[in-house]
Write a new protein. Structure first.
Length: 155
């Protein structure tokens, strides 16, 4: 399935407008020209501008169908990958505190690799190394409190 660029542009304009609306509620910082609302306002303007450009170019290039269904997305393995991504994310969201990010993220990424047909054991190692690297960067450098779950004492 392919969405027309103007639909994606419309979503970007709506998102940019929402960000602008939310940023206006941020308090000003006394004595500062650049406050907490500056960068969200800038990003909201850029999203809206990019969305308007997508709408303009999309309607100019192909003004016909807004949605086209491609037969390639009806292939079984692709549907399986989408199902694994959605169901795995929901399962991880429900059990996130108990399982933790390192174990849950590794299992989800390995399941996605396996459902995509990447069955070599190196993909399990890639998923473990990637998730552990993200966990360590988020918890040690950025101080984001991600739950460790089963491996609480080890990390």
């Amino acid at each position: 399935m392919k969405f027309h660029d103007s639909i994606i542009g419309l979503l970007l304009v709506a998102f940019g407008g929402w960000v602008l609306w939310q940023a206006q509620g941020f308090p000003d910082m006394p004595g500062q020209i650049i406050g907490p609302a500056t960068f969200p306002t800038l990003l909201g303007c850029l999203c809206s501008l990019g969305g308007l450009m997508l709408i303009w170019e999309g309607r100019k290039m192909s003004p016909h169908a807004l949605l086209s269904l491609h037969d390639g997305w009806r292939i079984g393995p692709r549907i399986t990958c989408v199902a694994v991504a959605i169901l795995g994310t929901l399962l991880l969201a429900v059990t996130f505190e108990q399982v933790g990010f390192p174990v849950g993220g590794t299992l989800l990424l390995a399941a996605l690799f396996l459902s995509a047909g990447l069955t070599h054991p190196k993909w399990i190692a890639v998923s473990a190394v990637f998730v552990l690297t993200v966990h360590l960067v988020m918890t040690r450098l950025l101080y984001v409190p991600l739950p460790s779950g089963f491996v609480k004492g080890l990390l």
